[in-house]
Design a protein around this ligand. Structure first.
Ligand SMILES: [Zn+2]
Length: 57
């Protein structure tokens, strides 16, 4: 094991394994949350805003 993911998760700040997109990281548990989060959930807007950051720069 030589690959330590140094980029924190965009949403929870954790460093578990997951998706790496354009230098951003979304951990597996947040990925699952996002997949199942209803659009009227309080966290949905927050997650959406965080994910927008992936496409900025
Ligand atoms: Zn996360």
């Amino acid at each position: 094991m030589g690959t330590i993911q140094a980029v924190p998760c965009l949403i929870c700040g954790g460093q578990g394994p997951g998706l790496d997109i354009r230098g951003r990281h979304i951990c597996g548990s947040c990925e699952q949350v996002l997949l199942h989060l209803p659009q009227d959930h309080a966290a949905y807007e927050y997650c959406k805003e965080r994910i927008k950051l992936i496409w900025m720069d």
